[in-house]
Design a protein around this ligand. Structure first.
Ligand SMILES: Cc1ncc(COP(=O)(O)O)c(C=O)c1O
Length: 441
C-alpha cells in the first residue's frame, strides 16, 4: 500500500463517513404536536399538581419506567443535573466523602463538590475501565456517604461486588449511566442496579434530545427527593409537608415538553440503534485482527456492551510505536464524519485525563478562596489528588487507550473496511515513522 498520509502519501479515504443522524419524521411529528399544543413546559415551582411537569414529560417518564422495569423515572435537563440531584438526594454534604471514578466526564465528580462533599478517586479496572469492589474497598472511610459508579464506554461495572460492599457499609450507590442506555448487567437493565441511575440525552449519546437526562430509582423517598431538587425544593417543602430538609436546596433541572417528545421517539428506536452498533463492532473487530499491539475491548462480567465508543487497548511495546503517534498516523488516513466535520476523524488517544490531575483538584479550589470543600472545617479526612493516585487510569490515559466512534450506524461494511485499512496501513509502515517529529516532519 502507498506511503503514509502523515508522511505526505495519499490517505486511505477522503470521502466523509455518514452521519449518525437519529432524528427522523417521527420526532418531527412529535415536536409539531407539542408546538401545536402551545404548551412547551408545564411546571410550577411550588406545591401543585404541575410540580411534576407537563403531560409529555410525564408520559416520557412513564414509558422509560415501563421499558426498563423501574418504579420511578424522573426527567431532567441533563445528566449533569441528574447527578447533582442524585447526590443531593442521598444526603451527601459537608464533611462527607463520595467515591468516584477518575476516568469519566467531569460532572461525575463535580456532583459531589456541588453539595460540598469531597470526591475521593478510586482506580479503575484496567480491562473494563470502571470501578470495581477491589478498587473501591481501600478508599472507604467512616465519612464515605456515596459511591458514584460510572459505567464507561458502554458497559456496566461489575455491580454485584460493588453493591454487596456498599450494602455492607450502608453506603448509597449512584450509577452514572450516561454512556450505557439500554445496556444490561447479567440480564438486568443498568440504572436499576444501584440506588439511583442517571442517563444523558446530550447530542453525543446513543439516543438524544439535544440536551436532557433521566434519573431512575426503585426507592420512593429518593425519587421524591430527586423531584424536589429538580424543581425549587426550598419553595415547595413547606406546603408539601416535607420534613427531611437536608439538601432541599432546589434548582431548575426541568426537561421541556419538546425534548420529552423527542425522547419518547428515541426510546422506541434506541434498541435497534444499539443492535446495529453491536453488529458493526463485531464486523470491525474481525477486520482489525492482526494489528500488532491492538486488543479489542473486553466485555466484563455483566456480559453486555453497547459501545458508546469503541475503546481499544494499545500495547506500545508490542506495537513498536507510541500510542499517540499511531493514533495521529491512523487519523491522517481517515476523513471526518458528516455533521461533526469540525472535529476531524472521530478518533482519539486516552479519553480523559484522570480528573484529579485537573486544576480544581490540584489547587483544591472550588468555593471561595478558602479551599472548601477540600479543607472545610467540617471535613476531618485528608484526601490525596497526587499524581500516581490511580495508576490504571493514568496508564489508560497516557499510553494505552484508543477511542473511536467509527462504528456507529449507518456505517456500512465498506466504511468499516476503510477504517480497518487505515489501521493496517499504519501498522505495516510503522517503521517509517521512527524519525517522525525528529526531522521536523
Ligand atoms: C460519563 C458521563 N457522565 C456525565 C455526563 C454528562 O452528561 P450531560 O452532558 O447530559 O450533562 C457525560 C457526558 O458526556 C458522561 O459521558
Amino acid at each position: 500500500m502507498s506511503k503514509l498520509a502523515l508522511l505526505g502519501g495519499d490517505p486511505v479515504r477522503t470521502v466523509p463517513f455518514p452521519a449518525y443522524e437519529v432524528i427522523g419524521d417521527e420526532e418531527k411529528k412529535a415536536v409539531q404536536e407539542v408546538l401545536d399544543s402551545g404548551v412547551l413546559s408545564r411546571y410550577l415551582g411550588s406545591w401543585h399538581p404541575d410540580f411534576y411537569g407537563g403531560p409529555v414529560v410525564q408520559a416520557f417518564e412513564r414509558e422509560w419506567s415501563e421499558r426498563f422495569g423501574v418504579k420511578h423515572s424522573i426527567a431532567v435537563n441533563s445528566c449533569t443535573s441528574g447527578l447533582y440531584a442524585a447526590v443531593g438526594a442521598v444526603g451527601a454534604g459537608p464533611g462527607d466523602e463520595v467515591i468516584v471514578s477518575p476516568y469519566t466526564m467531569f460532572a461525575s465528580a463535580t456532583a459531589a463538590v456541588i453539595f460540598n462533599a469531597v470526591p475521593v478517586f478510586a482506580d479503575i479496572d484496567p480491562q473494563t475501565y470502571t470501578l470495581s469492589a477491589e478498587t473501591i474497598a481501600p478508599k472507604i472511610t467512616p465519612r464515605t456517604k456515596a459511591i458514584i459508579v460510572v459505567h464507561i464506554f458502554g458497559q456496566a461495572a461489575d455491580m454485584d461486588g460493588i453493591m454487596a460492599l456498599a450494602r455492607s457499609k450502608g453506603i448509597a450507590v449512584i450509577e452514572d449511566c450516561a454512556q450505557v442506555p439500554f445496556a444490561t448487567y447479567k440480564g438486568r437493565p443498568v440504572g436499576t442496579l444501584g440506588d439511583i441511575g442517571v442517563f444523558s440525552f446530550n447530542y453525543h449519546k446513543h439516543v438524544h434530545t439535544g440536551e436532557g437526562g433521566m434519573c431512575t430509582s426503585e426507592n420512593d423517598e429518593l425519587a421524591e427527593r430527586v423531584r424536589l431538587i429538580r424543581n425549587h425544593a426550598e419553595a415547595v417543602v413547606r406546603d408539601k409537608g416535607t420534613t427531611n430538609l437536608v439538601n432541599m436546596v432546589g434548582f431548575n433541572f426541568r426537561l421541556g415538553e419538546i425534548e420529552a417528545a423527542i425522547g419518547r421517539c428515541q426510546l422506541r428506536k434506541g434498541g435497534d440503534l444499539i443492535a446495529q452498533r453491536k453488529v458493526n463492532v463485531r464486523m470491525l473487530e474481525q477486520k482489525l485482527a492482526g494489528v500488532p499491539g491492538l486488543s479489542m475491548p473486553v466485555v466484563g462480567a455483566g456480559g453486555d456492551h453497547v459501545y458508546y465508543v469503541h475503546a481499544l487497548d494499545f500495547d506500545e511495546e508490542a506495537a513498536g510505536i507510541s500510542r499517540d503517534l499511531f493514533v495521529k498516523a491512523v487519523s491522517a488516513e481517515l476523513p471526518a464524519t458528516k455533521l461533526r466535520e469540525h472535529e476531524g476523524p472521530l478518533m482519539g488517544a486516552g479519553y480523559t485525563r484522570p480528573l484529579y490531575l485537573n486544576p480544581m483538584f490540584q489547587t483544591m479550589t472550588a468555593y471561595g478562596n478558602v479551599q472548601c470543600p477540600f479543607k472545610c472545617p467540617h471535613y476531618k479526612g485528608q484526601v490525596s489528588y497526587a499524581e500516581g493516585e490511580c495508576p490504571n487510569a493514568e496508564r489508560a490515559h497516557y499510553s494505552r487507550v484508543i477511542t473511536h466512534e467509527m462504528m456507529r450506524p449507518p456505517m456500512t461494511e465498506t466504511d468499516l473496511d476503510d477504517v480497518a485499512a487505515a489501521f493496517h496501513k499504519v501498522a505495516e509502515h510503522r517503521s517509517e515513522l521512527t524519525d517522525f517529529g525528529r526531522s521536523g516532519a
